[in-house]
Write a new protein. Structure first.
Length: 932
């Protein structure tokens, strides 16, 4: 391939410089724009703030001028003017103040007595005058108000009291020009007053103010409400504001408009903008120059590389190296382009090696083709010798090929395959569809694969079950169907056997429990209204003894003989099943309405009927006795489960009192009531747990060494709904059978920890011993739950002792040891309860890090009277002391036993001799046992 002749119109260097310039320009333009907008916003905000100050200044200036005007009026001597009948000369106040238009003296009722000023000067409106005079009468203070007709004036009414004690009113009317022009001179702002019709009544510098007002009033809504605006006008930028005059100055609906020139701020903003643009231009130029200098040499390398790389296509590796290597030498600061040069050299080396490798692979490929041809021959042999039926046929069903295994299975010769049809090979399915009928989606091209299960019959008529996978494939002559079949005849037989075994017992061939339950339920539904339905359950007496004596093989044979015996015994409509290890059940369907001639006699269905037969075992004839119970279906509520449960409960009782006979179950059978009572107790336990209706009694444990009570054992009682206390004997076994002990254990533990915290708060330092069952102790979450309760109650683990009961139920000794170690880290001590009565007590004492052993009360109760108990207890105490364990003797009921135990070295005593279990409020914690 020749080197590319593409002309570079815009170099990479130029592009990079252009991009950098554009990015910098955009960034600077954005920054300048933001600065400009911020300046403008700040200027506008300052203008608005100045307007607020100007409004306040105007109101203050007006109020101050008004006070001065009222003061001038109050100082006019009115008595001389009132005494003269003719109109005297103009008062000094009127002659020296050019703004005063009118001056009048009125009596306190508002009647004019004297008046000075032009004859047609502005008069105060009559209604306004009356309102102002009324205010003066009420407050006895001067009152002023601004009013406008064709011009704007301020009128003031000042009460004056003469030496004679009479009160008169001095009324002055003056123009507002002086106030507005004074305000304008002080603030350099233009001001104007407008009425509700937006007519300009008075304005400062009317030549400039009125045109500005006309431009500002074009703003939507500006003149209709109190507002401010910051606008550009023909005279520059102006801050404009409009505001209603304070009601203290005027009762008319007058508004004050202020206009403030803000062109100086704009000049500052424009100068700042020019400076920013100049600085940005300089920065842009410097960036351009620095970028150019930084990229020039690197881009020269890149340009050289772009000219050298096309030589790879011609495998001209030496020229490529000659062009690139000079640029890789003497590089002081390598960059990515230098790395790219080195990478291209590595690629050239790799390509050169690859070409050599490709040449070698080409030779290897030729060798592989030769091997594949040999493999094809092997595959042909593999297809023919495969344990699969492989058939190829046209879309019309004409056979093209059938492998050797298929020929053997069908009984065909190779020579006759081409003359056959696939319909001759694969039989129709159970509904009569041929293989081509089932494969229409394939033959019509709508699908490419299909699956089916169909049969092959050979010449001898035997049938084979095959699972087929069919595929539409292409061949030189057109599309064909390729079918591969797996012989599943043996699997079918196995499945049928498994299906039968799923419903039957493998030993007796009777129905298993699940199948019996299902079929019995169906029969009860079918015959419950027309026949008497009874369930009869048989149990082989002493079956486990037969197994132990003669072995399991004879036991299985006895089960089969029992099944045959029951089948021969029952001749009515029935189903029979093996529903337990040595338990059989039969559902009897009896037609009591049948004529006597057709009624089936069943003598075995009577109370007391003996059931026995003889079985052969190792040459002996062994008598086999069966105990049976019959439950009668009486109501629709009696399900199969009910009948089986009744029979099972009855047999459990009968096998202890009356074996080998048939017994009917009466409607009021006690065992069912007992089961119901247990369920009620279970329900009561669950409700008591939910309501926390459990209380703790405390039995003190006396420390013989310290001669005082050092800890107590917590004994739980359940409180019934009517307030009665139940001892553990009434509910503990049922709680264990139903998995409720962990919940009881945790509730007891929580109550005990609360009591420990209460004692600690009252400076009582006693420990509590809490019974924990093995199932709770071995729980994975036990330590986590314990820590949660300690945190929740604030109790200390050092005041807690766990008494492990049912040590035989501990399944994993290593886990129990690890748990004891974790409890020791919480300063919790461990005690073995009821020590000595289990086979595993000594093993656990040896292997577990316990702190106390509690010798069971069965060894202590008669200790004073029984020498054997004394020897046993002495040996247990000596062993515990040798192992470094503390010993607690429970069940101490007399002083003689207490003295013996003290002499043996027992550390603690517990029992009625010390104290009965009591509520915490009844405990005598200061008890001291009499000394010897």
């Amino acid at each position: 391939m020749s080197q590319s002749s593409t002309q570079i119109r815009l170099s990479l260097q130029s592009k990079l410089l252009l991009i950098v310039v554009l990015i910098m320009s955009l960034a600077m333009a954005g920054n300048i724009t933001i600065d400009y907008l911020n300046f403008v916003a700040a200027s506008e905000k300052a203008g608005m703030k100045r307007l607020d100050i100007l409004f306040s200044t105007f109101e203050q200036l007006t109020e101050r001028s008004t006070r001065l005007f009222e003061q001038e009026l109050s100082q006019i001597p009115i008595e001389p003017y009132l005494a003269k009948k003719q109109l005297p000369d103009l008062p000094k106040a009127l002659s020296t103040n050019p703004n005063i238009a009118t001056l009048r003296i009125l009596n306190f009722n508002g009647e004019e007595l004297r008046a000075w000023g032009p004859e047609h000067s502005e008069d105060v409106p009559a209604l306004l005058q009356q309102q102002l005079i009324n205010l003066v009468r009420q407050n006895q203070n001067p009152v002023s108000n601004i009013f406008c007709n064709s011009q704007c004036f301020q009128t003031s009414f000042v009460p004056v009291v003469t030496d004679g004690g009479k009160t008169y009113l001095v009324n002055g009317v003056r123009s507002l020009h002086s106030i507005l022009f004074d305000f304008s001179a002080i603030t350099a702002a233009q001001a104007a007053l407008i009425n509700s019709k937006t007519d300009v009544l008075i304005a400062t510098n009317a030549a400039t103010t009125l045109p500005l007002l006309e431009e500002v009033t074009q703003l939507s809504g500006f003149m209709k409400k109190t507002a401010t605006a910051y606008v550009g006008t023909s005279q520059g930028v102006v801050a404009a504001g409009i505001k209603h005059l304070d009601s203290r100055l005027s009762t008319d609906s007058l508004r004050l408009v202020l206009l403030l020139d803000d062109n100086n701020s704009q000049v500052i903003i424009r100068n700042s903008l020019k400076n920013s643009l100049g600085a940005a231009g300089v920065a842009l130029l410097l960036t351009f120059m620095l970028t150019y200098l930084a990229l020039r040499k690197a881009l020269q390398k890149l340009f050289n590389l772009s000219r050298a790389i096309p030589r790879l296509s011609d495998s001209n590796y030496d020229d490529l190296r000659a062009a690139i290597i000079p640029y890789t030498e003497q590089t002081r600061f390598p960059d990515e382009i230098d790395q790219l040069n080195l990478t291209v050299l590595e690629v050239a080396d790799a390509l050169e090696e690859m070409e050599a490798s490709v040449a070698k692979h080409r030779e290897d490929l030729l060798h592989t083709i030769t091997e594949l041809e040999a493999a094809q021959e092997f595959n042909d042999a593999l297809v023919n010798d495969s344990p699969l039926v492989i058939a190829a046929y046209t879309l019309k069903g004409d056979m093209v090929q059938l492998n050797d295994y298929g020929c053997r299975l069908a009984g065909w010769r190779k020579s006759e395959v081409a003359k056959r049809s696939v319909a001759d090979l694969i039989l129709p399915d159970p509904v009569g569809n041929t293989i081509l009928d089932n494969l229409k989606p394939l033959t019509q091209g709508r699908e490419s694969r299909a699956q089916s299960e169909q049969l092959i019959r050979n010449r001898q008529g035997s049938v084979s079950y095959l699972t087929w996978i069919h595929a539409r494939v292409s061949s030189q002559t057109g599309p064909i169907i390729l079918s591969v079949g797996l012989d599943v005849t043996e699997r079918r037989r196995t499945e049928n056997r498994l299906r039968w075994l799923s419903k039957h017992d493998a030993i007796t061939d009777l129905l298993n429990r699940e199948a019996f339950h299902t079929e019995a339920s169906q029969l009860i539904q079918q015959y419950r209204d027309s026949h008497r339905v009874e369930l009869m359950m048989f149990d082989i007496d002493n079956f486990s003894s037969y197994n132990d004596l003669y072995g399991f093989q004879h036991g299985d044979n006895m089960l089969r003989e029992t099944a045959r015996y029951i089948e021969g015994l029952i001749t009515c409509h029935t189903i029979i099943g093996r529903t337990g290890t040595n338990e059989f059940s039969a559902l009897l369907i009896i037609d009591d309405r049948a004529p006597d001639t057709k009624r089936i006699e069943m003598p075995f269905c009577t109370d007391g009927y003996s059931l026995r037969f003889y079985s052969k075992a190792e040459g002996d004839s062994v008598e086999v006795n069966l105990t049976a119970a019959i439950a009668r279906h009486q109501t629709d509520g009696d399900t199969v489960d009910d009948l089986l449960s009744n029979c099972t409960a009855t047999l459990r009782t009968l096998k202890t009192i009356d074996r080998g006979k048939v017994n009917y179950i009466s409607a009021g059978f006690d065992s069912r009531a007992a089961r119901q009572e247990k369920l009620q107790v279970q329900d009561a336990i669950v409700k008591a747990l939910a309501d926390e209706r459990f209380v703790l009694l405390y039995q003190p444990i006396y420390n013989l060494e310290r001669e005082r009570i050092t800890h107590c054992e917590c004994l739980v009682r359940m409180v019934t709904e009517n307030g009665k206390l139940l001892s553990p004997a009434a509910f503990m076994d049922i709680a264990k059978d139903n998995g409720l002990m962990p919940r009881i254990d945790y509730l007891v533990l929580k109550m005990a920890l609360r009591q420990l915290r209460d004692w600690a708060d009252n400076n009582i330092h006693l420990k509590l011993s809490v019974n924990i069952t093995a199932v709770t102790f071995e729980s994975e979450r036990f330590v986590q739950q314990l820590q949660r309760l300690l945190d929740e109650t604030g109790a200390s683990g050092s005041q807690l002792i766990f008494e492990i009961v049912e040590t035989e139920a501990i399944n994993n000794l290593d886990s129990a040891k690890a748990l004891c170690d974790r409890l020791a880290k919480l300063d919790i001590q461990i005690a073995f309860d009821d020590f000595g009565i289990g086979f595993t007590s000594f093993e656990y004492l040896r292997d577990l890090p316990v702190d106390f052993i509690k010798i069971d009360q069965s060894f202590i109760r008669y200790l004073y009277k029984r020498k054997s108990d004394q020897l046993l207890v002495k040996s247990m105490v000596d062993m515990a002391l040798a192992l470094g364990k503390k010993v607690v003797a429970e069940g101490v009921e007399d002083d003689g036993s207490a003295d013996l135990l003290r002499d043996m070295g027992v550390h603690y005593l517990q029992g009625y001799y010390i104290s009965r279990p009591k509520r915490v409020s009844e405990l005598d914690l200061n008890y001291s046992m009499p000394t010897l």
